[in-house]
Design a protein around this ligand. Structure first.
Ligand code: FES
Length: 105
């Protein structure tokens, strides 16, 4: 395996329109999301409060926070729904066979 990448999870761990919370060294907790067969890694912690976005829901390419219903576009991290106004971090993921990886920091 490539030491410049860290393994996040198996793709089968994430149902379509589902989210998996993952922690890897060097990163704040991540929410790994599947949207229509594409995979994304975003910050798990909402930018509005200390909510775990992986406990929220995905709809129309957005993730909605379980605390106050704020939303973000998963592909960009941009806020889409108040009270969220600050973007969250997004990170490229790499798929190798049935697993997902993120660049090591
Ligand atoms: Fe996420 Fe308030 S903590 S919307």
């Amino acid at each position: 395996s490539d030491s410049k990448f860290l393994r996040l999870c198996c793709i089968s761990d994430i149902p379509d329109s589902g989210i998996l919370r993952v922690t890897v060294p060097g990163y704040d907790p991540l929410a790994v999301c599947q949207v229509d067969g594409a995979f994304f890694a975003i910050a798990d912690t909402c930018s509005h409060g200390m909510a775990s976005l992986s406990e929220g829901d995905i709809e129309d390419g957005q993730i909605f926070c379980p605390f106050h219903g704020g939303g973000f576009e998963i592909a960009t991290g941009n806020p889409t729904e108040r009270p969220c106004t600050i973007p969250i971090a997004t990170y490229p993921v790499k798929r190798v066979e049935d697993a997902l990886f993120i660049a090591s920091k």
